[in-house]
Design a protein around this ligand. Structure first.
Ligand code: PLP
Length: 654
């Protein structure tokens, strides 16, 4: 594979680009010092040139050096993510333009909580939000409705929390509006948003509106009231706020509006554990998280979803959100987002509405593979021509329909090759922020009539976090400028990860053939993208517990463990388990058949722990390092790894 185009973008496993890295960094460090000096250059230096001669100064610097040396010595025990011998979790070498942007911006220490604390980087963050929104296929032209917006978070976990926070605000807002109308005996405008007008609407109708409808209803009703009751608006607005779930708390709100049952959040069994955390943090309770069945391809089972929705519709159980995963953390698989959207549309017709969130913390950047430079989508046929297997029709249809969902999580610190501390949240309708504003007194000064101009640069008001580094916005912005998020630029980098995974896929099949009289190597599901899991069972063995022990024995040579310096590992991988509780009976028996295991001992709950197992061990490999197959210059690490795995298997069999 020709990877020359990637050469300028990484420091490189050998530090190949050290000259460029050092040169640019030094240049920009010096530039920062010049900047300091040129802020009121007439001021005298605060630190005297003689200060360095004092023993205290000398001691302090010596201490600083000593501690920094200790730190960097200890850091040599770090996991070498940059190395092509690292094929474990979702980390790799870092994208140099972004890395330098982050390091240099830190010197200026902008705080993206608001424009006042980050005169430059807040705007970069909003721009990054637009770049991601465009990549996903959302509208970002304010002249068209709805217009998307996005911002950065500390990671995917917080972005996921934020989706539920946004959704709850929208879901229950109409209830507060109706309550205010009743209590204050207000008239309402004619409207075609609800089947009846606000006066007649049932609680069920009020909590089954789309986000766009909620925001339109709010706009319509508030402007009508502002006209009818100009002197009462302060009272009205305060009343609405006091009726909202965010003000009353869940207990009081549900007690006051007893018809509003607790809402469910639906997410596939393969969902990241942050969803369970999110349910706890939000106070919905983990019990309200419904784990949707997944199929043998490790994708969400939309037939099962259909049944759950039909039941909810019949019994009037409110559903806040359905989460679909674009790139599951454990398996890299892509849920059928297009089918989830079809189901949303189907049940919307029947009066059951819910919001769709795509958790693309891992797979978000895959969208760049199908985006052309002009913003259009490339065809499936064109995409297919660039790969051996990728993308299947389902995967293509799923990824290209993200623009139809309500919000998306993306992690620049995963497939965006940026340092940790960068997640992102993108919402299809930026007006949702009007439901989130923390109305601190100084905000009231804003012109109420002109309320449409949400001041996005007061970022801290619309997001979960407060103070946050502007350096991550700079890193993401510079990255997206150097390599825009389309298939000819950043997508090229992502493309090589898929192609490398395809190469790995073939190599594993060769190994399977080669060792077919000794072990049964199998991929328990066909990979959708660049994450590959492998199951290995010695021939003749039918016990799951023994297979798991055997695989664990292999993994002992591939895992990060206490007492072994990571640099001494030949290769580093990761592992996962296929949990019996997450797969159907049919899938479980298929899996056992594939691996020639005794299916009767594959159980949901272990009773007799000697022979029964509730899980199957898998080696898990994230294929994202840029240099895995660089045969033109360096080594072919994929082949090296397969040879190593073979030797481990043979040794373990002895
Ligand atoms: C990694 C991941 C998360 C969590 O993101 P963090 O950045 O670790 O907080 C959530 N969902 C999915 C699908 C992920 O892969």
């Amino acid at each position: 594979m020709n990877l020359e185009f990637l050469a300028p973008y990484f420091i490189g496993p050998y530090g190949e680009n050290n000259d460029v890295f050092e040169k640019i960094l030094t240049e920009l460090l010096r530039d920062h010092i010049y900047w300091r000096r040129n802020i009121h250059p007439e001021d005298l230096p605060a630190i005297s040139t003689f200060a360095s001669q004092s023993p205290d100064y000398q001691n302090a610097i010596a201490k600083t050096r000593s501690e920094l040396h200790k730190l960097t010595a200890d850091l040599k025990q770090s996991v070498p993510f940059f190395s092509p011998r690292y094929i474990g979790h979702m980390c790799s070498d870092l994208f140099m333009p972004g890395l330098i942007a982050q390091m240099v911006t830190t010197l200026y220490n902008p705080n993206n909580v608001s424009f006042e604390a980050a005169t430059v980087t807040v705007n970069l963050e909003l721009e990054v939000g637009k770049q991601f929104a465009t990549m996903f296929g959302f509208n970002t032209d304010p002249e068209q409705y709805p217009c998307a917006w996005g911002h950065l978070t500390s990671g995917g976990t917080v972005a996921n929390y934020e989706s539920l926070w946004n959704f709850r605000a929208a879901k229950y807002y109409p209830v507060a509006l109706a309550e205010t109308m009743n209590s204050l005996e207000l008239d309402v405008p004619n409207s075609d948003i609800l089947p009846e007008d606000l006066k007649q609407a049932s609680a069920w109708q009020l909590i089954n509106l789309s986000i766009d409808q909620v925001l339109k209803l709010r706009q319509e009703t508030l402007s009508f009231w502002a006209e009818q009751y100009p002197d009462k608006m302060d009272e009205i607005e305060e009343h609405i706020e006091n009726q909202r779930i965010e003000y009353q708390g869940m207990g009081l709100f549900y007690a006051n509006h007893w018809k509003c049952k607790q809402p469910l959040v639906l997410a596939p069994a393969s969902a990241h554990y942050s969803w369970e955390k999110a349910m706890k943090v939000m106070g919905f309770g983990a019990a309200q998280l419904v784990k949707l069945p997944i199929k043998s391809n490790m994708r969400l089972d939309t037939e099962a979803l259909d049944n759950i929705l039909a039941n909810a519709c019949a019994k009037k159980i409110p559903i806040l959100s359905c989460v679909a995963i674009m790139g599951t953390t454990e398996f890299g698989t892509i849920d059928p987002i297009h089918e989830v959207i079809q189901l949303r549309d189907k049940y919307r017709e029947k009066g059951l509405d819910f919001y769709v969130h795509v958790d693309a913390a891992w797979g978000g950047y895959l969208s760049s593979l199908f985006r052309d430079e002009d913003g259009s989508t490339i065809s499936h046929r064109e995409a297919l021509s660039m790969y051996q297997y990728f993308p299947s029709e389902e995967v293509y249809n799923s990824i290209t329909s993200v623009g139809k969902v309500d919000s998306v999580t993306i992690d620049p610190h995963k497939l965006g090759y940026l340092p940790f501390g960068a997640g992102g949240f993108i919402a299809k309708n930026r007006e949702i922020t009007k439901l989130l504003t923390q109305k601190a007194p100084y905000v009231f000064e804003e012109d109420k009539k002109n309320e449409a101009t949400v001041q996005f640069d007061k970022l801290g008001q619309y997001i979960l976090e407060g103070s946050k580094p502007g350096s991550m916005a700079a890193a993401s912005y510079v990255t997206n400028k150097v390599l825009p998020l389309d298939y000819k630029n950043f997508g090229r980098l992502i493309k090589q990860t898929i192609k490398t995974a395809e190469y790995f896929f073939d190599k594993i099949h060769q190994l399977k053939e080669k060792l077919s009289d000794k072990v049964n190597i199998c991929l328990p599901y066909t990979p959708d993208t660049n994450l590959i899991c492998i199951a290995i069972n010695p021939i003749g063995n039918r016990s799951i517990t023994y297979m798991n022990e055997f695989s664990n024995g292999l993994y002992n040579h591939l895992k990060i463990q206490k007492g072994i310096a990571p640099k001494n590992q030949r290769f580093i991988g990761s592992n996962t388990y296929l949990l019996r509780s997450n797969v159907s009976d049919k899938h479980a028996s298929q899996l056992c058949e594939m691996l020639n295991l005794d299916a009767t001992n594959f159980v949901k709950h272990i009773h007799n722990d000697a022979t029964e197992s509730d899980k199957v061990f898998l080696l898990r490999h994230t294929i994202m390092n840029p240099w895995l197959t660089d045969t033109s210059n360096g080594d072919d690490y994929i082949t090296m790894y397969c040879d190593y795995l073979e030797s481990l298997i043979l040794k373990q069999l002895r």
